[in-house]
Design a protein around this ligand. Sequence first.
Ligand code: NIG
Ligand code: FE
Length: 422
Amino acid sequence: MSFLIINIKELIQVEDKPQRMVAGSAMSKLNTIKNAWLLTDGCRIRDFGKMPVPEAVSVMPDNERVVIDATDKMVFPSFCDSHTHLVYAGSREIEYIDKIKGLSYEEIAKRGGGILNSAKRLHVATEEELIGQAMVRLNEISMLGTGAVEIKSGYGLNTADELKMLRVIQALKTMSPVKIVPTFLGAHAVPEAYKGRQGEFVDMVISEMIPQVSSEDLADYIDVFCDRGFFTVEETDRILNAGMKYGMRAKIHANELDYSGGIQVGVKYNALSVDHLEFTGDEEIECLLGTETMPTILPGAAFFLEMAFAPVRKMISNGLPVAMASDFNPGSSPSGNMQFVLSMACIKYRMLPEEAINAVTINGAYAMGLSEDYGSIARGKIANFFITKPIPTFSFMPYAYGSNKVEQVILNGKMIHSPEAK
Ligand code: NIG
Ligand code: FE
């Protein structure tokens, strides 16, 4: 089947020659076509152009073609959310209240809250329960415009529960229309049972977890929470080294709580991305320049934990690319709303709408190893896009924060959300 979308007010992020990502001053360039049409063919984008629809396209024999008139509406490539922990059990509002009363994220973690709290809940949850809860979140984010998402393990903290989480992620891949990329995050926190024996926990991640994750082929990437109070640079180095031997490329949490050396160790292992980066100085920027590693910012976590914002303007003016992701998780960012991320990018990081849109589409796709097929409107890419409600300009997307501007969602060339279809 195919969709022909006509009279599109503006078709956003179109590429004739697809790029893997955009960096520095190129981030402020966003290619669009005003008054456009777009044609899909099965799960892929076939063609697009300026109205009127060419004769050759109009007369194409296709019994199953659906024509959608998008007058006053825009079409965007689906958001690519390259960092989430959206498989988790329950929620953590109690800590939220502790935080309001003045406790820090690290203080909450030290009291056995935080990641350890989610690990306890995950331990007693069945795979079916976890799948059910995660599907609700996946449905929600898909309606908000997300078409591809990375999901990390990390609430297991023992081999059996980490494997359980990763199997849940595998099951979600077959159930959700959203493209899912799995990451193994064995070293997210030190479990109670290993208190004071952190080195032994790291040994266990390396000798037991990594080989089993790999033998079941459960993850594409490997992550470590490399930061003050969590895992050291040396421990991260050992884990990434082991992961690499098993074919898992690094994609790590770094520099959220301090100048922890996380960026440097990520770059050393040619990490696909280093994420958070609130503590990024000249040395870290220098280290990232000219590498294949995507600096990834998580505005939701910085907002929710009231942290300093990463120096995004400085990073871009030095020529770096920037991706932005939701960090959807129960502790530091209980929201996977990429429209909110887009607004935060502009309001708090002073990114131009063009830069912000690049950060949540093509650069997010790159940070999941998906930019060949996702992240822009290009011929041959997967047909993952959304049609907006009537909006005056593309800048209205970040500007009108807090409301859902997405009306219809097409993923893999199929309509998965449409108000008329209700
Ligand atoms: O990205 N920083 C580490 N991990 C998550 C938080 C996980 C949690 O608190 O449950 C994050 O912020
Ligand atoms: Fe995270």
